[in-house]
Design a protein around this ligand. Sequence first.
Ligand code: PMP
Length: 475
Amino acid sequence: EIPECDYQPQPYTGPSYEKILEIRQKHITPNIVPHFKKPLLIHNGHMQWLFDHEGRRYLDMFGGIVTVSVGHCHPKVNRALEQQINTLWHTTNIYFHPKIHEYAERLAAKMPGELKAVCFVNSGSEANDLAMLMARMHTGNQDIITFRNAYHGMSPYTMGLTALSTWRFPLPGVNNGIQHVMNPDPYLGLWGGAACRDSPIQTDRKCDCTPETGCLAGARYYEQLEEVFKYSLPRGRVAGMFAESIQGVGGTVQYPKGYIKKAAELVRANGGVFIADEVQTGFGRTGDHFWGFESHDFIPDIVTMAKGIGNGFPLAAVVTTPKIAASLGQALHFNTYGGNPMASAVGLAVLDVIEEEKLQKNSLAVGTYFLKCLAELRERFEIIGDVRGKGLMIGVELVSDRATRAPLSAPHVLEIWETCKDMGVLFGRGGLNGNVLSICPPLCVTYNDVDMALHVIETVCKQHLEKRIRNWRRN
Ligand code: PMP
């Protein structure tokens, strides 16, 4: 059953679909490969719903890549933006404007410990660029550590951090001073540890860990990290390490409990700082905490944020300690738009809505329900290799073989995403092989919405199974 939505979509008045295709081919670059055979033309949104040019309604379980945090065109955010548009669009940060100050104070109040110095920028890549600069300036060291399978941006600087070959260009020097270490991935990694993930569900019961030993797989990944310090870093010194608290683009990868905290301690002991990339995991996304790093039980030295911070408005930030911020010294660090009046007004309204509508709590409640139902589906369908995540950041790994964990092949994956779309639900894709169904809707989704999404997932799993059975019979 499709949940009700009393919003009437605006009529589409843009260029014809054919004209859009023509413009795209001629003028839009880079031309990222769309998910669907006939790419969607979306022109209107309302909360968790999107509408295409023909007026069809879709449940948005992808949230514009984990970005639409409080809902499309949320009335309160719209009003705040409208008010600001009629007051002042832009002024350089050489002058003061009140909104950026109000907003910086509000955002800083959300941060623990000494994390009180805020710098606004425009995208996640820019935020990570700046974090890298701060780490190097502060420590006087060069080397930066990230995980294989991580995504931290597309700028020439952050592309070096991103360790997914699909997202890298053959640029000379892109890896300068960057070390990619083994990803502590409890599902696809060498040593498992899925039962030790911080998730309300478990899909892997083979685990010998005890409270005394801690996660044994996590300990082995940690030894690998120690080896990198021993052999690969000049004098074992490091500028910093980046990590997401749950790896997003990489396929909703959750690390074994305890690993991140120990890694942060090791990095600090070797002269570096720890940078939490909260671009996907911040602003209540994971439900149990406002920031993803809080569930790893430590306070990072630098936190980068984007996406959900602005509900789709181009806004991002770096928050660090005054001491680290001061390490940029006399050199001027400047960007034209960061935290401009419109962006700050939107950022403030987003924080208001998350608090007033208790969206973090909703993320936890609805997300936990979703995860539990998905774990049940996994019991019934072999194609679901793994279900993981927390709050409304959920990954469903589709496999062709449960035992080997081999990914479902690309044509099958595409067929499944297409059917979900035809049934009115949009999901994301993650993981190196693109076989992880990524679920990260606006945090306002309801139990009824989840039921609709579950029905669609169940249907595609059944269809896939029936096809397999037909093939076996034929062979
Ligand atoms: N960090 C993470 C964890 C991300 O997921 C992304 C974007 N997918 C980025 C950084 C880069 O953000 P942006 O696309 O805004 O540059």
